[in-house]
Ligand binder design. Structure first.
Ligand SMILES: [Cu+2]
Length: 684
């Protein structure tokens, strides 16, 4: 059962009917609202953007760091990038790009999306390895088995247009299935020109992306087998907050899984996935290069696996993955030039977990888990053509190549979440956890001062520290779910105490070679070096709804997080400001209109270490409507940023383009201007 706020409940019921395959419309009576489900799933919304990140932003406590139109990096309660475990169709993807240009959320276009969700608060250990910043999931639409031997043809097609950037998107799912076999094909096309704001154009912010996938499923006597192959291809796409733009990011993902129900009531599951991705980025195709033309070629190859055994209240499993990364930088005007940015980098994880969940008394529930993980990282020797002429590059290269680059970490995660039912309307939740994360390969192996920083986009050159320690977070959570048919609210208060938090700190003056090279590479005289520091994050987030009458509904979310260093008086970098979404809806059986306010506070608690700029508060208003002329047809339309408000999203990066006529170099990138959109969704 899902906790849908009343207006959204109806919207979700109607749109899900359209989105799901041949499922009869759920009854619309609302008698008692079930408690909040785990994970908290977002009712599917009018899709006005190709970016799944724009839906993630609607989850309580969640936000996205946006380095480009389809390069959203998930943020949850102030932690982002490698700290948040994002599962796309159940798989944690690795990124070819050392700056997350191919972020996990970019792998799933909104036109193919079935749902996005977040495990609110402490993520169960079974949801992944390294879940220090929680777990989010995004799943694509899947065809279903039918109930007879007869093969049936079903499908879903949707297409949308948004005025801003002349954005076009379409997605398709078609299937032939009976009760035993399921064949499906899915695909999508996304195109968009440079986006506009009240003061001009955001250059470059065009995007292009195609995906296609083939899937087969077999079910028989309680056993289920599936095989999916996905090809995705992002073409020239702007990332104005980063030093280069995407030329392409493409590859194949393979996934197979097998589930078997045993006669003793247990279930065994096994899955295996493989990905092979390649990526090129350049600073001279979608922007003018300034002094130096550069492009970089990056690739990742990875294998992941998972076996679980579930019986009664117990779940035990082993899982892991192994990833190989390479990135090289070139100069198109000088074939002799090269830099091994990352050479033959490996990051392998081996993990085992156990989880127990169930009732410990009539009104107390417990979900508890423990996980142990062994992380092994290593990097090959590096070189650069610059080492011949430049003694400092030579020094950094020789130091790196002489160092012991092979590193091992053992991580232990523990979690306990108690839910206490006070009465049918009120649940209390209390959780405690210890979660760990091993350093990323960028944090360890970035040997030359550069900006390959997993999408930080702070403009600072960074260098790695090979022997960094893992981060250890102690997390506490207190929550309330109050839910009646007429109103509901589910606030959560949280505190994270993080030891050895990994953050760039000033490169010491003793490291002359790094300081000199940093000055040469983009003129950053104050580069940062990844270091273990101490941090804390705390805050509150909630969703809520009130049904004012049969037709008028009010609902929203509110998210607040404060992130601070504990070893200095500084703040953490790129923390979402206090944000609220409030929607007033008028709901009828087959149509609905909503008026939404996004109110965002200023962010003046910024990181001095990362030279972060403050932002002002603002409010943006959106108008949205749905109309369902027939059971299987849904039309959505609306206008985002109705009053064409000019604003700066604190989580957008800074403009890195010197030849942008409308935005100064180093200014924060503006939020999108007004955009009217329309989309249609048809199922059969
Ligand atoms: Cu890239």
């Amino acid at each position: 059962m899902r906790y849908k706020f009343l207006p959204l409940f109806i919207l979700a019921a109607s749109s899900q009917h359209v989105l799901a395959e041949h499922v009869s419309l759920p009854a619309m009576s609302v008698e008692g609202v079930p408690g909040e489900a785990t994970p908290y799933e977002l009712p599917i919304f009018a899709i006005s953007s190709p970016d799944t990140g724009d839906l993630v932003k609607r989850l309580p406590g969640a936000n996205v760091n946006k380095n480009g139109p389809i390069t959203s990096i998930a943020q949850y309660r102030g932690l982002f990038a490698d700290r948040v475990n994002v599962l796309i169709d159940g798989v944690r993807l690795n990124q070819a790009g050392p700056n997350r240009m191919d972020s996990p959320l970019s792998a799933i276009p909104s036109s193919r999306l079935a749902d996005v969700s977040v495990y609110r608060g402490i993520a169960p250990v079974s949801t992944g390895i390294e879940t220090i910043g929680g777990t989010m999931t995004a799943n694509s639409k899947q065809a279903e088995f039918t109930s007879t031997d007869e093969f049936e043809f079903h499908g879903n097609v949707n297409a949308g247009y948004a005025e801003n950037g002349n954005t076009r998107q379409a997605g398709l799912l078609a299937s032939i299935a009976n009760a035993r076999h399921r064949f499906q094909v899915a695909g999508s096309v996304d195109r968009g020109n440079d986006l506009e704001f009240d003061g001009g154009d955001i250059d470059p912010s065009k995007h292009t992306r195609d995906t296609i996938s083939l899937g087969y499923g077999l079910q028989q006597n309680g056993n289920e087998f599936s095989l999916d192959i996905e090809h995705h291809d992002t073409g020239e796409t702007g990332t104005a907050a980063l030093p280069m733009d995407i030329i392409f990011a493409r590859g194949e993902h393979y996934k197979t899984s097998f589930d078997k129900a045993l006669s003793n009531g247990a279930t065994v599951s096994a899955s295996l996935n493989y990905q092979d991705d390649e990526h090129r980025m350049a600073n001279y195709v979608l922007r003018s290069p300034g002094m130096m033309q550069r492009h970089a070629d990056a690739e990742v190859e990875s294998v992941g696996y998972r076996f679980t055994y579930a019986q009664n209240n117990w779940l035990v499993g082993i899982d892991g993955d192994q990833a190989d990364h390479d990135t090289d930088i070139f100069d198109p005007t000088n074939t002799m030039f090269y830099i091994n940015n990352f050479n033959d980098v490996e990051r392998d994880r081996y993990s085992a977990f156990t989880e127990w969940s169930g009732n410990i008394s009539s009104n107390w529930k417990l979900q508890s888990g423990a996980r142990i993980t062994y992380v092994q990282t290593d990097a090959g020797e590096v070189d650069s053509s610059m080492a011949m002429m430049n003694a400092n590059v030579r020094t950094l290269r020789d130091q790196f190549n002489a160092a012991d680059r092979s590193q091992n970490d053992t991580l232990i995660d523990l979690s306990m979440v108690f839910t206490h039912t006070i009465n049918s309307d009120i649940d209390l939740e209390f959780g405690l956890a210890r979660k760990q994360r091993a350093p990323s390969y960028q944090e360890r192996y970035l040997w030359l001062p550069m900006q390959s920083t997993s999408g930080l986009a702070d403009g600072n050159n960074h260098i790695g520290t090979i022997d960094l320690d893992p981060e250890t977070a102690y997390q506490a959570e207190l929550g309330l779910d109050w839910h009646t048919p007429k109103a509901g609210v589910s606030p959560r208060v949280f505190y994270h105490h993080i030891n050895d938090y990994i953050q760039g700190t000033a490169v010491p003056s003793s490291n002359m070679a790094a300081l000199m090279v940093s000055n040469m590479m983009g003129g950053d005289t104050t580069p940062l070096q990844y270091n273990n520091v101490d941090a804390k994050l705390y805050g509150v987030d909630t969703n809520w709804f009130v049904s004012l009458s049969n037709e008028w509904q009010l609902d929203g979310t509110l998210s607040y997080v404060r992130g601070k260093r504990r070893d200095t008086s500084d703040n953490l970098y790129r923390i979402a400001p206090l944000s609220a979404r409030t929607m007033l809806s008028y709901v009828q059986t087959n149509w609905r209109i909503g008026f939404e306010a996004e109110t965002i506070a200023r962010q003046n608690k910024v990181s001095t270490e990362n030279e972060e700029q403050k932002t002002s508060g603002y409010a943006v208003f959106n108008l949205t409507g749905n109309y369902q002329p027939k059971d299987n047809v849904l039309i959505t339309a609306g206008i985002n940023n109705l009053f064409d408000r000019d604003y700066e999203d604190h989580l957008a990066g800074y403009n890195r383009i010197s030849d942008n006529a409308d935005i100064a170099l180093g200014d924060r990138l503006p939020g999108l201007g007004r955009s009217a959109y329309i989309a249609a969704n048809v199922s059969w």
